[in-house]
Design a protein around this ligand. Sequence first.
Ligand SMILES: [Zn+2]
Length: 135
Amino acid sequence: MPCPAFEDLILEYCEDGLAAAQRGRVEEHVAECPACRAFLELQRELDSALREAIGKPEPSAAFHQRILRRVASEAEEPRSWVPLILDAVGYSAIAALGSVVIQVSFTPAQFAWLMMGASAIFLWWLSWQSLREGL
Ligand SMILES: [Zn+2]
């Protein structure tokens, strides 16, 4: 039986889950404690037996091909600014027309409140768009 204080540390040591300082502690202890050394050797044997029995999981060849195709198609896709500029022109025209219509039908104070509300909605929409497109 390994020392209780080192049992978990040795298991993590086998999985490369320890920081350098803790690794050093385990190595020092194992060098002078036969029970823990035997436990570590047993864990290593179990690990390698398990690895041999199960084998390393590999993605299928089809998966690899799919990734390569997608990367290639995304690289070829031309990125144009024209649709973005047309969108911006269209939205600006609608906003300008809307603000003229609203301006003639409300008092300046009402208009100011409306513009603040519209700006808030626009900012919300803008952040939602960039979130959606992962920008
Ligand atoms: Zn020990």
